[in-house]
Design a protein around this ligand. Sequence first.
Ligand SMILES: [Mg+2]
Length: 378
Amino acid sequence: MKVERIEVFLRSEKLVREFWMSLAPIPGAMEIIVRLTTDDGVVGIAQCHGMPQEPVAEILTKAMPAIVIGRDPFDYERIWDEMFTLCHYPGWKTKGWSRASIMTAIAGIDIALWDLMGKATGKSVAKLLGSYRDELPAYATGGYYEDGKDIAGLVDEVGVYVDEDGYDAVKLKVGREVGEDLRRVEAVRNAYPEIDIMLDANQGWDVPTAIAAAKGLELMDIRWYEEPVHWYDQVEGLRRIVENTTLPVASGEQEMTRHMCRDMIERSGVRIMQFDATKAGGITEWRKVAAHAEMHDVMMAPHHDPQIHIHCVAGVRNGLILESFPNPDRDPAWQDMYVGVEPIVNSRMTVPQGPGLGYDLNWELVERICSRHAGEPV
Ligand SMILES: [Mg+2]
C-alpha cells in the first residue's frame, strides 16, 4: 500500500454569534481536512487545526507530496521524521512557513496515515495504540462570555448540558475580572453541586492574578484549572501556580512538540496534559507525550476533537477524559460533518471498533462548503 494522492479541504465559516474566551473570540468553524488515497484505493482521512489555514494547506499540498507520495503508511515514524525536518531550513527558513503551521500539516498527514493503517489491518486506531479502554468519559465545554448573557443565563446553559444532554462534567470559561468569574463559577456550583466543573482561563491572567483567583476557586470543588497564565510563561509561570494552589493544573493544548510537553511536565508540575494531536504532530507525537506523561503520573485529556482523540485516550493507560462541544452554535462540525461517529450519551463515548478512525466525513457537505486544494510537489 502506497500513498498516491493528497487532497486538502478548508472549512472556514463564521459562527452564528460570538463566543468569547478570556482574551479572544472563537475564530469560527475552522476545519482543515486531509484526504490521502493509496494505490489500492484505500482512503485515509484526518482533520487538523491551525490558524491561518492557508499556509497549512500550502505545506500539505506543496511540501508534503515529495515526502509522502509513494510511501507505505506503516513507515510512519520515518515519514514523521522527514516531515519534521521542514521545521528547520527546508520549510521554516527557506519558505518562511511557521513551525506551528508545519506541525499542524504534520498532524494532518500523520492522523490520515494512522487511519490508513487501521483500514489496512481491519483494526481501529485505538486497537493499534493499545486498546486500554472500551468506553471513555466526556465533558461539555461551554460557559463562554457572550453579549447579553448574565450569570442566570450561564446557569441555564449548564442546565442544558446536564439536564437535557446528560453530561456530568462541564468546563467553563474564566480569565477575566476575578470577582465576577468567582460569582459565575459559584452560581453554577450551587445550582449543580453534583457535577464536575473544570475551568479554562485560556491564558488570560498574569501569575499573581491567577493565584488570587485560585484561592477563591479552591472553595468550589474544581476538577482542574486550565491554562491560567499568559502564553509567554507556560513553564515557570505555571510552576508558580502549581506551588500556590491545591487545584490540579491542566495545560498543553498550545504545545507544538513532545519536547515542549516534556519541559512542561517535568518543570511546571501540571497534573493534566492536553496536547492536541490535531494541532501539532498527530497521533505519532501524541503517544510519545502520553508515554512521558505516564512516567510522571500525569493524565492525558486532549483538547478538542473527541472523534479522533478517543483513539488516543482509549489506547493509553493514563487516558483521562474527552472534550466535546454539544452546543451546535459553537461547534457546527460536530452536528453536520461526521458520518458514523459515536454519539456521546450520558457523558460517555464508546470507542469505535470499525477500522481506522471509525467514521467518515459528509463529503457532499465538504465538497459544497469547503475550498479544495490539491498541489504538485515543488
Ligand atoms: Mg483550553
